[in-house]
Design a protein around this ligand. Structure first.
Ligand SMILES: Cc1cc2nc3c(=O)[nH]c(=O)nc-3n(C[C@H](O)[C@H](O)[C@H](O)COP(=O)(O)OP(=O)(O)OC[C@H]3O[C@@H](n4cnc5c(N)ncnc54)[C@H](O)[C@@H]3O)c2cc1C
Ligand code: FES
Ligand code: FES
Length: 508
């Protein structure tokens, strides 16, 4: 295959000046290949290199900004296009947390890559609405809104505004940006799903070269479908397992560049969400956005979408995996709390051997797991809630969006009429690990739901938790908060109970 390189550096002591455009035959030295804007890239840089650094320091494309480098601000947002099932599917991602290894065989779009001969309609909307002041955040917003235009969900101002939930602006106060998002939605009037790309090219929302990206990605995938990392064996170092990198690249930013890495996203067979009878089987590369889009999940857990929207932001959800959330072992991991209540099981593999571990027995102490370093999650399983199963999740954080929880909790109740047949209650932020509240869960079995039962449950629950004071809240605050979340579970799932609580409150 022939590729055009603007900059290649294999850290073997030779490199080209980034400004010289060279064309060379891609040989075995070249490991990572992708399309950056309209240019095919082949690079021997370590696959752990941060995409943002590659874009700015090796490709000298400075439109993509460096803000927090922790996934929070969205100044570094790029679009990542993947060829799946005959179409290119674009998602926004934060390039500061993305390894170039995860760009392999993809189309990466920076703000330079959407340039046409003037401002694009999205840029024009931002300018017309006064949605840019210092301009530092603007490329990120423009990229996210352009990603919205490319997505099949591009209907309605609400979704346009949701697409910029991972972008922060210090200057504008957001109202002007929201108006620009509304204008973007209006620009799309008349765009049909079948004609989306042609419409976007005709209206200069994206440049004409986008029309040829599908074929170019197909060609790239067929040439380099499997990436081999020849240096892994040589280093003798155990490779780090990488999902989306939204935890690893925050915690171990510099170490990751030269670390040997096992890229989970390299294995398409690990991205499946399947239903086998009543069991849901989830691959370790499944992202939160994949879960939100899955009919299996949304049918069984209709509120999942609403709960997931409380977790991080669109670009982070597009990268973050469920497996990464479990192994990260944060005591307030939102999906860990949900899947503890759902009684998920993890299938670990190590050298062809498998073992199944209930998620509830994974956590042994703060960031200590019942897992050897060599074991990886191969599959996540849980019983799909049936018609008689109720599920609810609550999270309290300082901000509604893009914030981690002070305390969170989930509940699963399998009902037989008014009686609870089986229960799972979990809580985060009230101990050193994400907690499955075993005593409280078994206390609920066989009981009928009443206000008195909820009050007794709270008494049992208090014997199981051990919150500490930290930046997310004091011990006293968290001890007061969890009972409120438990009441919220029951008041949401049993509206009659909500009426009783309201009457009790009114009586003083
Ligand atoms: C801005 C921002 C906001 C966030 N907000 C939230 C939030 O609101 N709630 C929340 O819960 N989390 C939040 N997170 C944390 C993070 O996004 C999640 O924990 C995410 O699910 C991690 O998944 P990942 O694929 O990115 O993990 P990675 O960083 O790729 O990996 C995390 C860890 O899991 C290991 N790992 C991954 N997959 C496997 C596997 N299959 N087998 C064995 N080990 C594996 C990795 O080796 C690593 O140790 C946030 C992160 C950021 C950057
Ligand atoms: S630099 Fe802030 S999200 Fe990447
Ligand atoms: S315009 Fe200054 S940060 Fe948004």
């Amino acid at each position: 295959m022939r590729g055009t390189l603007r900059d290649i550096c294999c850290h073997n002591g030779w490199c080209f000046n980034g400004s010289i455009i060279v064309t060379l035959s891609v040989n075995t030295l070249t490991l990572i290949q992708f399309i950056l804007n309209n240019e095919t890239i082949a690079t021997s840089l370590p696959p752990g290199t941060v995409l943002l650094d590659f874009i700015r320091y090796h490709q000298h494309l400075h439109g993509t900004k460096i803000g927090c480098r922790e996934g929070d601000c969205g100044a570094c947002t790029v679009l990542v296009g993947e060829h799946v099932n005959g179409a290119v599917h674009y998602q926004s991602m934060t390039s500061c947390l993305m390894a170039i290894g995860n760009a392999h065989t993809k189309h990466i779009v920076t703000v330079e890559g959407i340039n046409t001969d003037g401002l694009t309609p999205v840029q024009q909307a931002m300018a017309d609405e006064g949605a840019t002041q210092c301009g530092f955040c603007t490329p990120g917003f423009v990229i996210s809104l352009t990603g919205f235009c490319l997505s099949s969900e591009a209907t309605g101002t609400e979704k346009a505004i949701a697409s910029i939930d991972g972008n922060i602006c210090r200057c504008t106060g957001y109202k002007s940006i929201e108006r620009a998002a509304a204008r973007t939605t209006a620009i799309l009037a008349g765009c049909t799903e079948e004609d989306r790309l042609n419409f976007l090219v005709r209206n200069k929302i994206v440049p004409g070269y986008f029309s040829g990206i599908k074929e170019r990605l197909q060609q790239l995938q067929s040439m380099v479908s499997t990436r081999r990392l020849p240096d892994l064996a040589a280093t003798q170092e155990r490779p780090r397992v990488l999902g989306g990198g939204t935890d690893l690249y925050v915690q171990q930013h510099s170490e990751m560049t030269y670390a040997p890495i096992e890229f989970l996203f390299d294995h398409p067979e690990l991205t499946a969400i399947q239903q086998e009878n009543n069991t849901c089987l989830i691959g370790p590369s499944v992202t939160v956005s994949d879960l939100m889009a899955s009919p299996v999940i949304t049918t069984a857990l209709p509120s999942f979408h609403q709960y997931a929207k409380l977790v991080s932001s669109t670009p982070i959800r597009n990268m973050a995996t469920l497996a990464g959330n479990f192994i990260n072992a944060s005591p307030i991991g939102d999906f860990t709390i949900m899947f503890l209540a759902l009684d998920a099981q993890l299938v670990f593999t190590m050298q062809q051997q498998q073992r199944t571990v209930p998620l509830r027995s994974l956590y042994k102490g703060y960031k200590q797991l019942d897992k050897s370093p060599e074991e990886t999650i191969q599959q996540i399983r849980f019983e799909l809630p049936g018609a008689n199963t109720l599920f609810h999740f609550e999270k309290v954080s300082k901000r509604t969006h893009l914030d981690i929880a002070s305390v969170n909790s989930a509940i699963r109740l399998e009902m037989n009429g008014n009686e609870i047949e089986e229960a799972g209650l979990s809580a985060g932020g009230v101990g050193p690990v994400p907690m499955y509240l075993a005593k409280s869960s078994s206390f609920l079995k066989g009981k009928t739901v009443t206000v008195e039962l909820v009050e007794e449950l709270i008494t049992v629950m208090k014997t199981e938790i051990s919150p500490i004071s930290d930046v997310r809240g004091s011990k006293a605050y968290k001890t007061l908060l969890l009972p409120q979340l438990i009441k919220a579970h029951f008041m949401t799932l049993f509206p009659a109970l909500a009426a009783q609580y309201t009457a009790m409150r009114n009586q003083g």
